[in-house]
Design a protein around this ligand. Structure first.
Ligand SMILES: Cc1ncc(COP(=O)(O)O)c(C=O)c1O
Length: 444
């Protein structure tokens, strides 16, 4: 993070040495956005092993809503680690798991009785939601959406839409998954409400031409599609989808792994549409980066699979649960969702100003602090421009701003900044955007 936003010389010497070791020892299928190695982090800043400081607009891919190394979270982790780090909840239970289930049941939308289950990763939680939905309904089929991302395991890779790199040559995929269109208004050349209506009609047609509604266990949706490119379900779409589910006895499952915990300006994104899902899937910002995920749902559904069918050795690890409880304390004490709306407003406003200035910024869009822009050849053709996207990202990285891409066409720049970023740091980041974009536009 340089105050004059001049490009840094990256990677530094120590990162270069580590890169050489990484290349020799780590499978290349594991990719990394930045070519530097972290030494420490605090709030919205990461410092690398060469002493370069970066503003973190990635937040470990939406995991650090409460900011890096919050003392309250660190203390909770330390305190639990001193008592015990693992007993396996399936062998000897501990209170933190139960308390976390109680609190998440209260926090997720819906006043009906709920129960929870904890796992290690987002993908694992999605898999478990599918298992529970199938067992509870006795139906095999699951409907997911165009542009969806649900993970990299066999089942969730099947549910994920983008072929390269996630699915290519990793098949055959799991059976009984069907894909419905998502109202991606910008690329459908429609207004959001037209796109919603078209997608709901297409879904009803699917029940005639692809899979009978009475064979569908669940519809699983990201309220704002994350990896797909931050496409926001238009107002009313989730509500109409839920009504359609109820009509056919289909469970409505919200994948809030990326959107949850204040990211979109509400605790959960479905709250924007007043929807109460049958199950909510959480991970990422639940535990400030410790591996923890969960499924929270209607008690009768969660209790459908018999004892021994759910769980795993590390699932709901006590240190991760302790971190999550400390994180929930912070969400209760601080208006993180309000902060998310404030950050989102500033970033979106700035992105719109970049859209007005540069033909290669096709659309700026956002919900709360989940803000993105599409990079295109020009406003008229909307043709995705991957090369300019890469140049813009590189220019931002070199100026000390950690920034991620997303999108079916790899042409979306997205922001998942820790919600504890200060106004000064935010302003500094927006200045870096200006400099980076100006440098690419002028061909420097
Ligand atoms: C919406 C959504 N679902 C599922 C996943 C998979 O989570 P994980 O990487 O923890 O397996 C992600 C990860 O980015 C996600 O954004």
């Amino acid at each position: 993070m340089s105050s004059d936003t001049l490009p840094l010389s990256l990677p530094g010497a120590k990162s270069q040495d580590l890169l050489a070791r990484r290349q020799a020892a780590v499978a290349r299928g594991v990719s990394s956005t930045m070519n530097v190695f972290a030494a420490k982090a605090e709030g919205a800043v990461i410092e690398d092993v060469d002493g370069n400081r970066f503003l973190d607009f990635a937040g470990g891919i939406g995991t650090m809503n409460v900011g890096h190394t919050r003392p309250e979270v660190t203390s909770a982790i330390q305190a639990q680690a001193e008592k015990f780090t693992h007993t396996c909840f399936s062998v000897v239970m501990y209170e933190a798991y139960v308390e976390l289930a109680e609190r998440l049941a209260r926090l997720t939308p819906g006043t009906f009785p709920k129960k929870a289950l904890f796992l290690n990763s987002g993908a694992e939680a999605v898999e478990n939601a599918v298992k529970i939905a199938r067992y509870a309904t006795g139906r095999p089929a699951i409907i997911t959406f165009d542009n969806a991302y649900h993970g990299r395991t066999l089942l969730t890779m099947t549910m994920t839409a983008k072929v390269k790199p996630y699915k290519h040559r990793f098949g055959p995929y799991a059976p009984e998954f069907y894909r419905a269109p998502f109202p991606y208004a910008y690329r459908m050349n429609m207004t959001p409400s037209e796109a919603s209506r078209a997608c709901l009609r297409a879904l009803e047609r699917m029940f005639v031409g692809e899979v009978a509604a009475d064979q569908v266990a669940a519809i699983i949706i990201e309220p704002v599609q994350g990896e797909g490119g931050f496409m926001i379900a238009p107002p009313g779409f989730l509500r109409d989808l839920k009504a359609l589910c109820e009509q056919h006895g289909i469970l409505f499952i919200a994948d809030e792994i990326q959107t949850g915990f204040g990211r979109t300006g509400k605790m959960f994104a479905v709250e924007h549409d007043g929807v109460e899902p049958d199950m909510v899937i959480v991970a990422k910002s639940i535990a400030a980066g410790l591996p923890l995920s969960g499924v929270i749902g209607r008690a009768e559904l969660m209790d459908a699979p018999p004892p021994g069918t759910l769980g795993g050795t590390y699932s709901g690890n006590p240190v991760a649960c302790a971190a999550a409880l400390a994180v929930l304390d912070l969400y209760e004490r601080e208006d993180m969702a309000g902060r998310s709306r404030h950050i989102g407003e500033k970033v979106l406003q700035h992105f719109v100003s970049l859209q007005n200035r540069y033909a290669f910024v096709g659309e700026a869009r956002g919900l709360g602090g989940m803000v993105a822009m599409e990079i295109v050849k020009d406003h008229e053709s909307k043709e995705p421009d991957v090369s300019t996207t890469s140049q813009l990202l590189a220019a931002a990285h070199a100026r000390g701003l950690i920034l991620l891409r997303a999108g079916m066409y790899d042409n979306v720049i997205r922001t998942l900044v820790p919600l504890t970023i200060t106004d000064e740091q935010l302003q500094e980041a927006l200045t870096i955007f200006d400099d980076a974009f100006a440098s690419i536009a002028s061909g420097q």
